[in-house]
Design a protein around this ligand. Structure first.
Ligand code: GLU
Length: 406
């Protein structure tokens, strides 16, 4: 199955359960529009390259397209399409007035200097400029992109249209109109969702150990938040491999170590482990926070976590998802668990549109309230229809998208 087929797999059965109009499902099966662009890049040494980028605009039923831009060598139409579709569901679950979109540039970010990456995002922004806008399609950061690159995106867009329009992109730095709390929003939101689910399941706080796959923005911040709340983080990994320390890793020291060494690998006192060993490490909560399709039929049976919190998009394949359900391991799905990022993107967009700047406490209060409601809706639907959390989140989203389409 392709990633898009994976993301779509649960949908038919759920659509039937919630009595979704077959026409809504037919409409959701394909993207509304796809931008497939090529643009030039001048490297630092003066050589030139042609790069390929995508922007998939999946659904605008609930509002303008919304979703991040990733830099990754495996970026292609299937990946960006699946992620755009998931964004449409995510925005519906968390109840913000957006549809779903996603973008990407097929490059290996580590092979490009910071200045080159800035020129990449500028070239990409100009290439898609006529297809986006603050009430049309609003990009944001995703894998390997960051606030500095979002500022460059906004600046390139302003050059094209002839005036500043900060609401065209979210996840900017504070200086360029970004929101307080956006950087940590994905992890912070995930933590709020986790807390509520743990409460609802009366889960034993003694089992509060966690394993985190991925140490980028979402994974690292999540490890810090969990550590701060007394969780013992026994294993983490990044793209270079994993490390484990049964007694619990000193997360602040690990963050400082990664800053100087560029990876978690070699952290003193921890044993090196593979990604497979990381996933098989017994723990209370397993947090996949890297890329899609990490938990598969090959490793699902080895998982010894009491619960999975999907901070990455699409980390569990459809087949593995069924296996986990049979094994009795609840999965808090991506479209709920990582929706805090796009929620604070929405707050940033709102602030830009009215020219306000909200305090960190205000942003956090709104994030908490929004996610409380979304989690409550998913838990109630799971209970009402006897579904897994993923099925329930899809059900909530499909009902809302269906109503909007009507
Ligand atoms: N890339 C993030 C996601 O997958 C955030 C998207 C946004 O803020 O628009 O949810």
């Amino acid at each position: 199955m392709s990633f898009l087929q994976q993301a779509f797999a649960p949908i038919e059965a759920i659509a039937e359960r919630v009595g979704l109009d077959p026409f809504v499902l037919a409409r959701l099966r394909h993207p509304e529009r796809v931008l497939d662009v090529h643009f030039p890049l001048v490297r630092d040494d003066g050589t030139k390259e042609i790069l390929r980028g995508y922007r998939v605009q999946w659904s605008s039923a609930r509002g303008p397209y919304k979703g991040g831009i990733r830099f990754h060598p495996q970026v292609d139409m299937d990946e960006v399409g699946a992620l755009a579709f998931l964004m449409a569901l995510k925005c519906a679950v968390v109840g913000i007035p957006y549809g779903g979109g996603k973008g990407g540039v097929a490059i290996h970010p580590k092979q490009y200097s910071d200045a080159e990456q800035e020129r990449v995002i500028r070239g990409y922004a100009k290439a898609i400029a006529d297809g986006i806008g603050p009430t049309k399609d609003i990009p944001a950061p995703d894998v390997a992109t960051n606030p500095r690159l979002m500022d460059a995106f906004a600046s390139a867009y302003a050059e094209v249209i002839g005036h500043a329009e900060p609401a065209v992109v979210t996840g900017k730095t504070l200086a360029a109109g970004g929101s307080e709390g956006r950087g940590r929003a994905t992890a912070q939101g995930g933590f709020y969702v986790l807390q509520q689910v743990l409460e609802a399941r009366h889960m034993d706080p003694e089992s509060r150990t966690a394993v985190v796959q991925g140490f980028g923005n979402a994974g690292q911040t999540m490890a810090e938040i969990l550590f701060h709340h007394g969780f013992s983080i026994t294993a983490v990994s990044d793209s270079k491999g994993g490390i484990r320390h049964q007694a619990g890793l000193d997360i602040p020291a690990l963050v400082a170590y990664k800053e100087t060494h560029g990876s978690v690998i070699g952290f003193p006192g921890a044993e090196p482990i593979s990604q497979e060993e990381l996933l098989a490490t017994p723990c209370g909560v397993l947090v996949p926070a890297a890329l899609e399709r990490q938990i598969t039929v090959e490793n699902a049976e080895q998982i010894r976590a009491q619960m999975i919190l999907e901070l990455a998009n699409g980390p569990t394949t459809a087949e593995a998802d069924v296996m986990l359900a049979k094994q009795g391991i609840p999965v808090i799905p991506d479209i709920l668990a990582n929706s805090g990022g796009v929620a604070v993107s929405f707050f940033e967009w709102e602030q830009n549109r009215v020219g306000e700047h909200w305090t960190a406490a205000e942003v956090d209060g709104r994030l908490h309230a929004l996610l409380k409601e979304a989690t409550r809706d998913v838990l109630a639907t799971a209970e009402e229809l006897g579904m897994t959390y993923r099925e329930a989140a899809y059900a909530v989203a499909l009902r809302r998208i269906g109503q909007a389409m009507k």
